[in-house]
Design a protein around this ligand. Structure first.
Ligand code: PEP
Ligand code: MN
Length: 350
């Protein structure tokens, strides 16, 4: 259910409606929009008694949301969600594209700094790097853990880049939430519902990757898990799904972008690295992603991919990333977007 407030409703009116919903034993989710605030109701089984709600001051109407995902739906919030990073000009989901680049794994301070310096010079605003790696083999490199997070925190201070890193369980989620700016939930964990709920209870934006065989509805339901706990800053990420194709690691499903844009207000970015697994496919797929309306790109970049401890074959060289930035900068205006170069940090946030 959704309570739509009148444009002239006061903050007190909105609070009174939220209190009323809480008294009914449900959860209220105020969602401010450009014209008016809507208040999502979750926790109810079936219809909520709308008469009492409709009588409250400032309420325009109470409507039923028929989709299984509520807070993630455009029916509940018409305007695109724009995720902001306090004290910086970085955004995800607004008119400016978000570029997230860095190695699959943080391997050493030298490796991470060398790559960060080059992607920052090309104008990325976000640095990605895994400290906790969900590997297919238990014998493969599992990540540096806390040390990896600390290296990325130093990169944040040195280059201003905001940090994106994956959490794979409760413990790493708490650590990532403390050290990073965006918590990535990987494809293999897209339906780890207890992890999603925990991600919803912390305050950092969540980058949710599409599961290897997840439908659009399952994907949005996973976003709903995070949002239902009160964290509305969810970024969806298409990273390829599993098909019969054997020319690439996965199949990049760009057709999900317009479908997500129609059904949801959440931003969606594309990961051409995991989608293709092949260095030479990454630039063409990044171009296609932006042309398809994606809000940004997350890409693996390595200075010595032949020596990488994970995902070397799908990591591009820093000079290829520089070229990607130049090309996407040209494509962006065609789809009424802009590619920002670099991140501005307010003095107080340094
Ligand atoms: C990654 O980003 O390095 C990663 C493991 O991604 P995914 O969960 O999409 O496989
Ligand atoms: Mn990887």
């Amino acid at each position: 259910m959704l309570v739509v407030m009148k444009a002239q409703a006061t903050p007190e009116d909105i609070q009174a409606v939220c209190d009323h919903i809480a008294q009914m034993g449900f959860r209220a989710h105020p969602l401010p929009g450009a014209q008016r605030t809507a208040i999502g109701i979750t926790g109810n089984q079936g219809e909520v008694e709308r008469g009492n709600l409709e009588a409250l001051s400032g309420v325009a109407e109470v409507i039923r949301v028929s989709k299984p995902y509520k807070l993630a739906s455009r029916d509940v919030k018409e305007e695109d969600t724009v995720i902001r990073f306090a004290g910086t000009d970085a955004t995800i989901g607004g008119p400016e594209l978000a570029m997230i680049a860095g190695p699959c794994s943080i391997e050493s301070r030298e490796q991470a700094f060398a790559i960060a310096e080059q992607v920052a010079a090309s104008g990325a605003q976000f640095f990605r790097g895994g400290a906790f790696k969900p590997r297919t083999s238990p014998y493969a490199f599992q990540g540096l853990g806390l040390e990896g997070l600390q290296i990325m925190a130093e990169i944040r201070t040195r280059f201003g880049l905001r940090i994106v890193t994956e959490a794979i369980d409760n413990e790493s989620l708490e650590m990532a939430a403390e050290w990073a700016d965006v918590i990535q939930i990987g494809a293999r964990n897209m339906q780890n519902f207890s992890l999603l709920k925990k991600a919803g209870r912390q305050r950092k934006p969540v980058l949710l990757k599409r599961g290897l065989s997840a439908t659009l509805e399952e994907f949005l339901m996973s976003a709903e898990y995070v949002m239902s706990e009160g964290n509305y800053d969810v970024i969806l990420c298409e990273r390829g799904v599993r098909t019969f194709a054997d020319h690439s690691r996965n199949t990049l499903d760009l057709s999900i972008i317009p479908a997500v844009k129609r059904l949801s207000h959440l931003p969606i970015i594309v990961d051409p690295s995991h989608a293709t697994g092949k260095r030479n496919s990454i630039l063409p797929m990044a171009r296609a992603a932006i042309a398809s309306g994606a809000d940004g790109i997350i890409v693996e970049v390595h200075n010595h991919p032949d020596q990488a401890l994970s995902d070397g074959p799908q990591s591009i060289y820093p000079d290829q990333f520089a070229r990607m930035m130049d090309e996407l900068e040209q494509i962006a205006p065609v789809v009424e977007r802009k590619l920002p170069r670099g991140i501005r940090i307010e003095a107080a946030a340094k």
